[in-house]
Every structure is written in structure tokens, then in C-alpha cells.
Design a protein around this ligand. Structure first.
Ligand SMILES: Cc1cc2nc3c(=O)[nH]c(=O)nc-3n(C[C@H](O)[C@H](O)[C@H](O)COP(=O)(O)O)c2cc1C
Length: 428
């Protein structure tokens, strides 16, 4: 029987000490130099001592003009130079007690906040369709700009390797640049990067092939991929399965499965954020703890590549069942680790069996103020305020404090917005 305590050997030869992974969570802790700092080191030391065999960093951006948040870490320079020491400390802090850390690399594309860039680059000029004026009018990339971005991802992987990270994860999910190339809703190009799936996947596949070819053999290469965009006309499950096959052929060590985007945040499955799905999740998936297991099974039927599923895992039983059923090899955990950073060790030792889904019980207020409000604006606000709960707890751990289970999430959201505006101003 396979359990969360079992080791796992990746195709590159690196062995993970157990089947639990801390999934990527943007820390938003960098100062205006966009570098790792003491707060990152404290946070990752705690997370890596928390017991997960694999630690995936929050999204590190490959271009400072395309951040997901003005507090992101950026790598847009060659390896070497004085900043390498900070990246080395980052890698060390995340690899305590035998944990392996991989750096998630991303380019925010059209989902770059307007405070950071009013005209972000994207496959096509398709603006994020959300209320508020948080995202600018994107510019369609030239093929020279596409070549630059490919080079930026590969260069960042070299820096991660030089710093001592065990690998990288290429972020091709959640509507950021690489996943927006995959989706026909956001990629209307008529050149070799648009149209049929093979073309839409070209940027991702070129990055993956170059990283595999240029980095050491035992360097972990992971990709985070959407099972679907959950939007009519978006990336379909069948498209995703095909991309998974190509990724296996290109020697990817670990495919992490997620789904959705800012417009359709399926990966969060939260009240107030979940109601607009046009492509519904299958009933069988709904009954299981994790959101994307059914898709994982479909990938499994077509590939032999190791799979990680993230989204919804909260109990040892749910995790062991997913492993035992063969649907996945690695269990991704994100939100619970903002409140219980030692959750993996506690599960492994038998001290606890499960953790709460904190996001399900947080709300700005009762009734009309809550996530079930008939007012769309309140639903959306609740979704963002719940995220602020997790960001504040990440910051608490980074400051050496204990996370809290209760907070005024509206106040946390307002604090977060102010901090973001201040950081964005400091970048100018
Ligand atoms: C605070 C926070 C930050 C996140 N940042 C990232 C990120 O940088 N990259 C990414 O791929 N996913 C990110 N996610 C999504 C998580 O990796 C994960 O897919 C999602 O939270 C579902 O897993 P869970 O149910 O275990 O929380 C973030 C989630 C949260 C809550």
C-alpha cells in the first residue's frame, strides 16, 4: 500500500523523502529590490522543517515588468553577482531536514496588476474580464518578445540551479503568460504561436526542452498545468491531456495539476469565487477531497509521468486514498500550511488526521455580507478577503510570529491593498 510516508524517486534520479509537497504560494514579501530577504528565509525554514518532502517556492518572476504582485522575487539577470548569496540562502532555508526545494518560475502576462504595468505583454490583446480596473490593456507580443521570454525562463532556471535549488517548476497554469498562450480564449494569434494546440503550446515546450537540455541531469523539472480553464472556449481537458503527453516526451519529472485563472478560480474552489464555472466539475470529483483527481486519472491513463495533484487535500485518509488509487504520486498542500506549517510532520507522526478548510468558514460578515450574498461585488470581495487571511498568516510566519485562525478579513484585505499600492509606488 502506498502512503504519504513513502519515498518517491523522480525520473531525474532525485528522491523525495515522502509524498507531501508544499505547493507554490506567492509570498509577496520582497522589498523594492525584488530579492529574497530575511523574511523569506525565516518563512521557508519553518516550512521546510514542517516535514513536506518537496517545497515549491511562490512564483518567482522572470521579468520585473510582469509581476503578479509588487512584492514578488524576480530573476531577470544572469547567474553570478552579489545577489547570488541571497538566492543561496533562500535555497538553503527551503531545504532543511532533507526537504528538496524547487523554484516556481512565472511571467504574469496579462494578469500583471495595473499598478505594476499598464500595458503588460500577452499572446493577444485580450484584457482580464473582471470588475474593477485592476488590469491594463495587454499588448500582443512580437516574436522577438516571445524569444526574450523563453530566454528569461531558461536563464532563471540556471540561476536557481546555481543557487542550490533542486529544480524548477514552470508555471503554466492559472491564466499567467504560459497558460494564456495555451488557451484559445486569450491566444488569437495567427502566427506559429497561435491556432492549433501544437502552436499554442510552443512557448511552453521550447522552455521545457531548453531547461532539460541545458540544466544538470538530476535537476528536477516540473510543470504546473491547468486541467482546463473552466471557461467556454478555453483550454479543454482533451487539450490538456495532449500537452501532458508532450511534456512526458520532453522529460518532465513531475506534472502538477491545477485549474482555472483569475477569471475562473477553480483552483481555490471557494464560496463566492466558484459560482461562475461554465464547465462543471464531474460529480465524482466533487465527492472526493481533492478537486482535480479525475483529470489526474485521465493523465495517468495516457502517460507514465509522475503526477502531483493540488487543491482540496485536507486529511491523511483523502491523501492516502488518492495515492493508493494510483491517481497521483505526490500530494500538493497549500492553504493549510499558512495556518499549520507543521501539518506534514503532524500527519506523518499520527498526531493529527486532518486540518480544517479555513477558507470555507471565513467571511466578511453574515448574510448579504457573506460569500453567498446576492450581490456579486460582495461575493468577489469575500473571495479576495479570504486570500488576505492567507497572505497575512504567511507574513506572520515570516516575521517569526505564530499564525492565527481568526482575523477580521475585511481589515486584512484593506491592509493588503494598501501594502500593495505602497510596494508598487516604491518600484517606480
Ligand atoms: C496565498 C496563496 C498564494 C498562492 N500563490 C500561488 C503561486 O504563486 N503559484 C501557484 O502556482 N499557485 C499559487 N496558489 C495556488 C496554490 O498553489 C494551490 O493550487 C491552491 O491553493 C489549492 O490548493 P489548497 O487547497 O491546498 O490550498 C496560491 C494559493 C494561495 C492560497
Amino acid at each position: 500500500m502506498t502512503t504519504i510516508a513513502d519515498k518517491f524517486r523522480l525520473p531525474c534520479g532525485t528522491t523525495l523523502k515522502n509524498r507531501l509537497a508544499k505547493a507554490a504560494m506567492t509570498e509577496q514579501l520582497a522589498n523594492s529590490d525584488l530579492m529574497p530577504n530575511e523574511r523569506h528565509f525565516r518563512l521557508y525554514e519553518r516550512w521546510s522543517r514542517g516535514g513536506a518532502g518537496l517545497i515549491i517556492t511562490g512564483n518567482v518572476q522572470v521579468d520585473r515588468k510582469h509581476l503578479e504582485h509588487p512584492g514578488n522575487i524576480v530573476i531577470d539577470r544572469k547567474p553570478g553577482g552579489p545577489s547570488m548569496d541571497l538566492f543561496r540562502r533562500f535555497a538553503r532555508s527551503a531545504q532543511q531536514d532533507g526537504a528538496r526545494a524547487i523554484m516556481q518560475l512565472s511571467h504574469a502576462g496579462r494578469q500583471t496588476p495595473i499598478l505594476v504595468n499598464t500595458r503588460p505583454l500577452a499572446p493577444s490583446a485580450v484584457k482580464v474580464d473582471l470588475p474593477g480596473n485592476n488590469f491594463g490593456e495587454p499588448r500582443s507580443m512580437t516574436s522577438a518578445q516571445i524569444d526574450t521570454v523563453i530566454g528569461q525562463f531558461v536563464q532563471a532556471a540556471h540561476v536557481a540551479s546555481e543557487a542550490g535549488f533542486s529544480g524548477v517548476q514552470v508555471h503554466s497554469a492559472h491564466g499567467y503568460l504560459l497558460s494564456s498562450f495555451l488557451s484559445p480564449l486569450t491566444n488569437h494569434r495567427a502566427d506559429r504561436y497561435g491556432g492549433r494546440l501544437e502552436n499554442r503550446a510552443k512557448v511552453l515546450m521550447t522552455i521545457v526542452d531548453r531547461i532539460r537540455a541545458e540544466l544538470p541531469e538530476d535537476f528536477i523539472l516540473s510543470v504546473k498545468l491547468n486541467s482546463s480553464d473552466f471557461q467556454k472556449g478555453g483550454l479543454t481537458t482533451e487539450d490538456s491531456l495532449q500537452v501532458a503527453e508532450w511534456l512526458e516526451d520532453s522529460g518532465v519529472d513531475l506534472l502538477e495539476i491545477s485549474g482555472g485563472s483569475y477569471e475562473q478560480p477553480a483552483m481555490m474552489d471557494m464560496e463566492g469565487m466558484e459560482k461562475r464555472y461554465e464547465e462543471k466539475k464531474a460529480e465524482s470529483t466533487k465527492k472526493r477531497e481533492a478537486y482535480f483527481l479525475e483529470f489526474a486519472e485521465a493523465v495517468r491513463a495516457r502517460t507514465n509521468m509522475p503526477l502531483m495533484v493540488t487543491g482540496g487535500f485536507r486529511s491523511r485518509q483523502g491523501m492516502n486514498e488518492a495515492l493508493e488509487s494510483g491517481a497521483c504520486d505526490i500530494i500538493g498542500i497549500a492553504r493549510p500550511l499558512c495556518v499549520k506549517p507543521e501539518f506534514p510532520n503532524q500527519l506523518l507522526s499520527g498526531e493529527v488526521d486532518a486540518v480544517k478548510s479555513y477558507e470555507k468558514n471565513l467571511r466578511i460578515g453574515p448574510g448579504i455580507l457573506g460569500p453567498h450574498s446576492p450581490l456579486k461585488i460582495m461575493k468577489t470581495l469575500n473571495g479576495f478577503a479570504v486570500m488576505a487571511f492567507f497572505y497575512e498568516n504567511i507574513a506572520r510566519i515570516a516575521d517569526g510570529k505564530e499564525p492565527v485562525e481568526n482575523m477580521n478579513i475585511l481589515a486584512a484585505f484593506i491592509r493588503g491593498q494598501k501594502a500593495m499600492a505602497k510596494k508598487a509606488r516604491a518600484l517606480k
